[in-house]
Write a protein that binds this ligand. Structure first.
Ligand code: GAL
Length: 368
């Protein structure tokens, strides 16, 4: 009888040892990635914010089955100091039980990205929103804010960006390269012109904050044919009306931006739904372009399908030079919660980039 009193301490000790044993020291792209509770991380289509020495990973919380392709819960947040081990911080933005709310439970709420605004001291979350029961026809950008990094975030509004605005063109842009709704040049111009009064469609997206504190929203527009890169207002919660169109008519999705040595880089994908396709990358000396297309950065077997994944974010590793991690989702549309994460190091050949598959790796691949 008396050894019952040892059961609890023994159990506690074993669970501590169990946890210590599961401490991760490397990345295994595509594998189940347990959080601090031993549960596979649930933050799909995500992005990562580095804040005060801690990384915060925000992504779509998915449920099992194909119902998981819709937002039944909201945006999930995890935190980490080492990028391998992630603590579950709970739901940062919850969907609403009110079916008339823009972010009603069962809507499509994808690719959330959080940035910090130094002036307002607020955390701002942008995401792609599709209204409940309307398929993918709404094509809106949604925004929510919080005073605390992990939330709770308060939903503010959703809309189609830049109504009534024509693109910004750098000086000396030939007239023939500018949008002309009377005499359109590209097939996709008709979608741009159709949506001019009400605002441009906004689907797959990211947000990028430049060194000068200006933030940009990059999104698939014009029925996914063209990418728009648009300036956000100083408080990051709206669009200023200044934007450019990138790689017109070529269906780029899943944009992820980063900057190195004064050059802007963007990695994206083609447009084949949940099925993987070849990644593509671009670079520019100015955020306003011109953006040069460079083809597929991935090398080796399965590089034509991005190793089964689709880009979502590029993470600069704090305190290391030239250390950028390509982050992709390996979708599991039939059982959405089982989606996996592919984290791979980006290598530089001069100003060019390359991505190679690695089964298992750690941050030592980057020089100090
Ligand atoms: C993908 C897109 C995902 C999701 C999916 C739906 O192309 O990148 O975020 O929208 O289509 O089919």
């Amino acid at each position: 009888m008396k050894y019952y009193r040892f059961l609890l301490p023994a159990f506690l000790l074993l669970s501590i040892i169990g946890r210590a044993q599961t401490k991760l020291t490397s990345f295994s792209p595509g594998a189940i990635w347990p959080d601090d509770k031993g549960v596979h991380i649930n933050a799909h289509g995500g992005g990562i914010l580095y804040n005060d020495g801690v990384y915060y990973w925000f992504g779509e919380h998915k449920i099992a089955g194909d119902a998981g392709n819709r937002a039944m819960v909201g945006v999930h947040c995890y935190s980490s100091k080492d990028l391998y081990n992630w603590k579950d911080e709970g739901i940062s933005l919850s969907v609403s039980p009110d079916t008339t709310n823009d972010i009603a439970k069962g809507c499509v709420l994808e690719r959330p990205k959080v940035v910090y605004n130094k002036k307002t001291k607020k955390y701002v979350m942008w995401f792609h929103l599709e209204l409940l029961g309307k398929g993918y026809s709404a094509a809106r950008a949604g925004v929510a804010v919080s005073d605390k990094v992990i939330g709770p975030y308060k939903f503010i509004k959703s809309y189609r960006p830049n109504p009534g605005q024509t693109p910004f063109y750098p000086a000396l842009t030939p007239e023939g390269d500018k949008i002309n709704c009377v005499n359109p040049t590209h097939e996709t111009d008709k979608f741009f012109c159709r949506d001019l009064p009400g605002g441009q469609m906004a689907r797959d997206m990211t947000v990028f904050v430049d060194d000068d504190g200006k933030a940009y929203h990059v999104f698939s527009s014009e029925e996914n044919y063209t990418l728009d890169l648009a300036e956000l207002t100083p408080d990051y919660t709206g669009h200023t009306g200044k934007f450019i169109r990138i790689y017109i008519g070529h269906q780029t999705e899943a944009p992820a931006l980063f900057k190195r040595n004064g050059i802007y880089y963007m990695i994206g994908s083609g447009c084949t739904g949940w099925a993987p396709n070849a990644a593509r990358w671009f670079s520019a000396k100015s955020i306003w372009g011109p953006w040069t297309y460079h083809g597929n950065p991935c090398q080796g077997p399965d590089s034509q399908i991005t190793y089964g994944g689709q880009s979502t974010h590029v993470l600069p590793v704090a305190g290391k030079r030239d250390a950028f991690i390509f982050i992709a989702d390996k979708w599991a549309p039939k059982d959405a919660i089982d989606g996996r994460y592919l984290w791979l190091p980006i290598s530089f050949k001069g100003d060019d980039i390359e991505i190679n598959w690695v089964d298992n790796w750690n941050l030592d691949v980057f020089k100090k």
